[in-house]
Design a protein around this ligand. Structure first.
Ligand code: SF4
Length: 338
């Protein structure tokens, strides 16, 4: 992998920023220097697409218009609003970070400061420091790594630690000193809009001249990835007890095996093994786990002590993980065997 002369960094950045002004994404509700809105959107956008985030973002702001309001909320209220967005540790960290900011009386002012907040890694911190504070810190998230791997025809696996550091250095060497916010936004827009994982639209790309992968004629060969780590399979048995339009649920209070990644949400009680008649089987794919949830009919006597009843009407407002919400909706609205 080779670097380019410093002068190219300026041309590269200028070409990118000019393109963004005409073709980049605009009018998103978080395009403001307000650190609360920026931070909230950046956390929601981790692992989630813009189109999905817009609704959640606006709903969050209606309920929690300030970071102080978010800090004062119960974790359950935060989880309730987050339900369906996935990657729930983001919501728990968001809540903890809000409490930290409220106690400090202000949001951080530097990339290093942003990284002190739970759930804010180096790339998110760079985005926030550039958007809110004008710091020349480069975003280097998955999309940006893909763009850089193509521009520099990086042949080492992009998911190797050494390559990650090198890409971070390249990103930092390219970030505009005069408009870091515009540059970071342009890189993210390029990765999302043109330099996509498959079939990149190189014919419309503002940095085509700089792109070694394009000149080699096979951009999709990059980024190179090492053999994917095996996706874990998890089989979880759960108990479904329904009486007169009420269902018994538990609140996940700890991270455990099985449904542990749903900590803070309400789910069906877990069974040690297959119990009563199987009434449903759900397959839920996450980034590193494929969860198969086998649901068994159960009586109240089989439930753990902490189980509590939730009415059919209350379910709409309950903090349920998406697959459980879907199962219960189908159960109450359709035939019992789902
Ligand atoms: S020329 Fe193609 S591969 Fe290279 S950065 Fe642009 S869109 Fe990506």
């Amino acid at each position: 992998m080779m670097d380019e002369p410093a002068v190219d960094a300026v041309r590269f950045s200028d070409a990118l920023c000019s393109w963004r002004l005409v073709h980049g994404r605009r009018n998103l509700p978080w395009f403001t220097p307000d650190p609360y809105k920026r931070w909230l959107s950046e956390i929601m956008l981790q692992q989630t697409q813009v189109a999905v985030v817009v609704d959640y973002f606006e709903r969050f702001l209606r309920v929690f218009p300030t970071v102080e309001a978010l800090a004062r909320a119960s974790e359950e209220d935060v989880m309730r609003l987050w339900a369906g967005l996935g990657y729930y540790s983001r919501a728990r960290n968001l809540h903890k970070a809000a409490q930290k900011v409220a106690a400090a009386g202000a949001f951080p002012k530097t990339s290093a400061g942003w990284q002190q907040l739970p759930g804010v890694g180096p790339s998110t911190a760079a985005a926030l420091a550039s958007f809110c504070n004008g710091e020349a810190a480069a975003v280097c998230d998955g999309n940006v790594k893909r763009v850089l791997a193509r521009i520099f025809a990086v042949r080492e696996p992009v998911n190797a630690a050494g390559t990650g550091r090198r890409l971070q250095e390249l990103a930092q060497s390219r970030v505009s000193r005069t408009d870091p916010a515009g540059y970071n936004q342009a890189m993210m827009d390029l990765g999302a809009m043109l330099c996509t994982r498959t079939r990149p639209r190189c014919e419309a790309c503002p940095v085509q001249d700089f792109c070694r992968a394009f000149h080699e004629g096979n951009p999709e060969a990059y980024p190179v990835k090492s053999a994917a780590s095996a996706v874990r399979q998890a089989l979880v048995h759960a108990l479904l007890c329904v009486e007169k339009d009420r269902v018994w649920l538990v609140r996940r209070s700890t991270v455990q095996k099985g449904m542990g990644h749903w900590k803070g949400l309400w789910t069906l009680p877990e069974a040690a093994s297959a119990a009563g008649a199987e009434v449903a089987r759900i397959r839920h794919v996450m980034s590193h786990v494929v969860l198969t949830l086998v649901v068994h009919e159960a009586s109240r006597a089989e439930l753990p002590e902490e189980a509590f009843a939730v009415s059919k009407e209350e379910l709409a407002q309950a903090p349920l993980p998406a697959p459980v919400a879907k199962l219960l909706k189908r159960f109450f609205e359709g035939p019992k065997a789902v």
